[in-house]
Write a protein that binds this ligand. Structure first.
Ligand SMILES: Cc1ncc(COP(=O)(O)O)c(C=O)c1O
Length: 392
C-alpha cells in the first residue's frame, strides 16, 4: 500500500499525530480476494462469463431484489434512469447533497435534475421539499441514502406519489423498516468503487423488484442486442441504441469474494461508528462538533461531522489542521447546485436550499473503513482534540 507522507508541521508547530496520512476510506483486500481473482484468470471467459451471474445472485440475496451488474455506479444510474423511462424533457427530483453523477446522469438522457432540500434530521431528501419540486414532468425521485442512511422512502412516496430510484451507492447492507433498503424502492443503484462497502475495482449494479427494469439494464449494457432465433442461433436484431456497460468477470470474481466478507465489513463499520459517537459525543469536543444521524440501520459508508459554535465559520482551517495532523479528512459534498453547471441550469440563488448549504459549509468526513484499527481511530480523536482544543 502506498503511504502518503504528511506534508506540513502540525498546528502547534510540533510533531503531527500521524506521519502518514490515514485515508477517509480504503478497500479491504485479503488473501481470499486475491485467490478468487487469480484463480479465474485462466478460465475461458474473462467477460460475459459466470462470475457476473454469481455476483448478481449474491447481490439479490443481500438487497432482497434481482440485480444487474454494470461497470461502475455512474453507469448504474444512467442505466436505471433509462430503464425507468427517463427521456427528453423529463424531470427527476434529487437532493443537492450527493456526488455529481446522481444529477449529471439525467442530463445525458436529455432530462433535467430538479433539486429539493434535505430533511435536517436525516440529511436525505425532504418529503415536503420534494413535493414542492415536483411538476407534471417529474418521472421519479432519486433519494440518496447519504453516508449509508436510507431516506424515508414511505414519506417520500406519501408526499409526492412518485416512484423512487434510490442512489444507494452509500447504503449496501442498510435496512429500512427492518428489511434490506434496496428492496423498498422501485429501483436502486450501487457502486463498487474501492471506498464503498465492497469493491470490484470499478463496478456497480441496478437492483429492482421489477424484472422488466433489470432486463432493460441487461439489454442496455450489452448494446441492446436482441436475440433473433427465427433467423439463426448467431443472429440478433437492434431496435434501439445500446452501450457497452459490462462488468468484466475478473472484477465480478472480486465482487463475489467481497460479498462473502460484507457481513464482517458492515459489523466493523457499525462498531467504529458507535465508538466515534461515544468518543466525540461527550466531553469538550461535543461543544464544537455536530454528529451524524443514524444507528445500526445505516450501512455507515461515511462518518460526517459538522463544526459548530466557535468553529462554525472555520471549517477550512479545521480541515487543513487535521490534514497536517495526518488525518485524511474529506468533504462530502459541496452542494451540487452551487457548481457552475447547475447554476446555469436553474435559479439557485444563495439560500435556495438552506439545509444543504449550511451542511455543505460546515461538514467534513473523518476516516471510516473496515481495516481501520481502534488505534487509528484513537489517532483521529486525538487530532480532533488537538485541533479543536486550539484557540478558534
Ligand atoms: C452517491 C454516489 N452516487 C454515485 C456514485 C458514482 O459511482 P462510481 O464512482 O462507481 O461511478 C458515487 C461514487 O462516488 C456516489 O458516492
Amino acid at each position: 500500500m502506498t503511504t502518503v507522507l504528511v506534508p506540513r508541521l502540525a498546528i502547534d508547530g510540533g510533531a503531527p499525530v500521524r506521519t502518514t496520512l490515514l485515508p477517509y476510506g480504503r478497500q479491504s483486500v485479503d488473501a481470499s480476494d486475491v485467490a478468487a481473482v487469480s484463480g479465474m484468470l485462466t478460465e475461458a471467459l474473462l467477460t460475459t462469463g459466470p462470475h457476473v451471474a454469481a455476483l448478481e445472485a449474491g447481490l439479490a440475496g443481500v438487497c432482497g431484489a434481482p440485480a444487474a451488474a454494470v461497470n461502475n455506479g455512474t453507469s448504474a444510474l444512467q442505466a436505471a434512469y433509462h430503464a425507468l423511462g427517463l427521456g427528453e424533457g423529463d424531470e427527476i427530483v434529487v437532493p443537492p447533497l450527493t456526488f455529481a453523477a446522481t444529477a449529471v446522469s439525467a442530463l445525458w438522457l436529455g432530462a433535467r435534475p430538479v433539486f429539493a432540500d434535505l430533511d435536517p434530521n436525516t440529511l436525505t431528501l425532504s418529503p415536503e421539499a420534494a413535493a414542492r419540486a415536483c411538476t407534471d414532468r417529474t418521472r421519479f425521485l432519486v433519494p440518496v441514502d447519504f453516508a449509508g442512511l436510507p431516506a424515508d422512502y414511505d414519506a417520500l412516496r406519501a408526499a409526492t406519489g412518485r416512484p423512487l430510484c434510490a442512489d444507494a451507492a452509500h447504503s449496501l447492507g442498510a435496512t429500512y423498516r427492518g428489511a434490506p433498503a434496496q428492496a423498498a424502492v422501485d429501483a436502486a443503484t450501487l457502486s463498487f468503487h474501492p471506498v464503498k462497502h465492497i469493491t470490484t475495482g470499478e463496478g456497480g449494479a441496478v437492483v429492482s423488484r421489477d424484472p422488466e427494469v433489470v432486463a432493460r439494464v441487461k439489454r442496455l449494457r450489452h448494446h441492446n442486442l436482441l436475440p433473433d432465433p427465427d433467423t439463426g442461433a448467431w443472429a440478433y436484431t437492434l431496435e434501439a441504441p445500446g452501450l457497452n456497460l459490462r462488468l468484466p468477470d475478473i472484477n465480478a470474481a472480486l465482487g463475489v469474494s467481497q460479498l462473502r466478507r460484507l457481513p464482517a465489513f458492515l459489523e466493523r463499520r457499525r462498531a467504529l461508528a458507535r465508538r466515534y459517537t461515544a468518543l466525540l459525543g461527550a466531553g469538550p469536543l461535543a461543544e464544537h462538533l455536530e454528529l451524524p444521524p443514524g444507528g445500526d440501520e445505516s450501512a455507515w459508508h461515511l462518518y460526517v461531522l459538522r463544526v459548530r459554535g466557535a468553529f462554525a465559520a472555520r471549517r477550512r482551517w479545521v480541515f487543513d489542521a487535521l490534514r497536517a495532523e495526518g488525518i485524511g479528512v474529506q468533504v462530502h459534498y459541496a452542494p451540487l447546485h452551487q457548481h457552475p453547471l447547475f447554476r446555469r441550469l436553474g435559479d439557485h440563488a444563495p439560500g435556495a436550499f438552506p439545509v444543504a448549504e449550511d451542511y455543505g459549509a460546515r461538514c467534513f468526513t473523518i476516516p471510516l473503513f473496515p481495516d481501520m484499527t481502534d488505534a487509528d481511530q484513537d489517532d483521529v480523536v486525538s487530532a480532533l482534540h488537538k485541533v479543536l482544543g486550539a484557540e478558534p
